[in-house]
Design a protein around this ligand. Structure first.
Ligand code: PLP
Length: 404
């Protein structure tokens, strides 16, 4: 088992004191902190081999291209796919928009998504439906925070062109049975896109085993820098898709009248890529693989179990999502009766504790929960039980300050 105590030491930002208190960072679902190894990898890239990739033939450009393509291979291996199925994008949002715009939807096609999606996996589908006349169907959540799979099955038909579902809810923490969802969708020949923003950073993902057609995630939630993300797409599907952006790098031939385009993945990587970010993403994957994704998951499961037990003892707290840590990731959203989430977050901040407060980019789900906003604590490899204890103590302070 990895030594999670020494892991924290790799995250220099966590050594700081905030408001004179030990920093307790519980906002990794928004973005993760970065270990010094990842920051160093990007620095070394810029200091030694920086040049634009896949263009010039000089030494630096060849080295930079090699490093960029090595990272693509690392990403491919990380989720058990092939290099030519990995498209580098900015983030999950761009990955989903790329798929939505590249596929060919027609009037009467149906797209199924769910009520527990982040806006990034709802809004692009709404827009596509408006443009094409396709119809959007939204699977409800059950009171225990899981998806209503019976309703999902009822929604499926020969008209279903695509199912877009989150791997792990960024509010409820629910880990969806994506393999089963894919199996059901495939009975009707539908494509399946999985929003892995809260999945890939926290557990072993095998896209081959899941059987999905697309899997999207962001580097910045996975120890890597901002501005680099991934869309996995099955090669035979990518080959039939339209490019999302047009211009440099993605072309084969341009005349005054028209142009032809490269195959995937270059076809979808118009313009200068965030190659330094991609290299750092490779270093982030190396870092996680050294710990082992199974260990990452076990660590977070243990913390989640501990946090659910401790938090549920607080009077007048409502915790959303499944109560069983086996089926939830390290994301715990809650409300304290009579306390606005922003007030809770502000008082916790005075104790050096960083949580998220607000609608968490999931307004339709907020309506289902009957809450305008929530408090959200989320964990990663650098958190420990001391952080959970600090949160519980901080919430007692909140109750005292707000006289609840
Ligand atoms: C489940 C989920 N999907 C999509 C996103 C969007 O990610 P990004 O802002 O990196 O595009 C997030 C971000 O919080 C998320 O949690």
């Amino acid at each position: 088992m990895a030594d999670f105590f020494t892991i924290r030491a790799d995250f220099l930002i966590l050594k700081q004191k905030i408001n004179g208190k030990r920093l307790v960072y519980l906002d990794s679902a928004a973005t993760s902190q970065k270990p010094k190894q990842v920051i160093e990898a990007e620095k070394v890239f810029y200091e030694t081999i920086n040049a634009n990739v896949a263009r010039s033939i000089h030494y630096l450009s060849e080295k930079a291209t090699e490093a960029y393509e090595n990272s693509r291979k690392k990403v491919a291996d990380f989720i058990n796919s092939d290099s030519d199925e990995i498209i580098f994008v900015r983030n999950t949002t761009e990955a989903i928009n790329l798929a939505a715009n590249g596929l060919d939807f027609k009037k009467d096609d149906e797209i199924i998504t769910t009520l527990m999606e982040h806006h990034s996996n709802i809004v692009p589908w709404q827009i596509i439906c408006k443009k094409t006349g396709a119809k959007l169907k939204i699977v409800d959540t059950l009171p225990d925070g899981q998806l209503d799979l019976k309703q999902f099955e009822k929604f499926l038909s020969s008209k279903t062109k695509l199912v877009a579902v989150t791997h792990v809810s960024n509010v409820l923490g629910t880990i969806n049975p994506v393999k089963e969802i894919t199996r059901l969708a495939k009975k009707f020949g539908a494509l399946v896109l999985i929003d892995g923003a809260q999945g890939a950073p926290h557990m072993k993902v095998d896209v081959n085993d899941i059987g999905c057609d697309f899997y999207a995630f962001s580097g910045h939630k996975l120890l890597a820098p901002t501005g680099i993300g991934v869309l996995f797409g099955k090669k035979e599907i990518l080959d039939k898709m339209q490019p999302f952006l047009y211009g440099g790098h993605m072309i084969k031939k341009v005349t005054k009248e028209s142009s032809t385009f490269m195959d995937a993945p270059e076809r979808f990587e118009a313009g200068t890529a965030n190659f330094a970010g991609a290299v750092a993403l490779g270093a982030a994957i190396d870092y996680l693989e050294k710990i082992g994704m199974e260990n990452v998951r076990e660590h977070e499961k243990e913390l989640t179990r501990y946090a659910l037990e401790k938090l549920s003892k607080i009077k007048d707290i409502e915790i959303y999502g499944p109560k069983n840590a086996e089926i939830r990731g390290g994301v715990i959203s809650f409300n304290i009766k009579g306390a606005h989430p922003h007030d809770v977050a502000q008082i916790l901040d005075s104790e050096g504790i960083a949580i998220r407060s607000g609608h968490a980019c999931a307004m339709p789900l907020m309506q289902r929960l009957g809450a305008e906003s929530i408090c959200r604590a989320s964990f990663y490899i650098y958190n420990d039980k001391k952080d959970v204890d600090a949160l519980v103590k901080g919430l007692e302070k909140v109750k005292g300050v707000l006289k609840l």
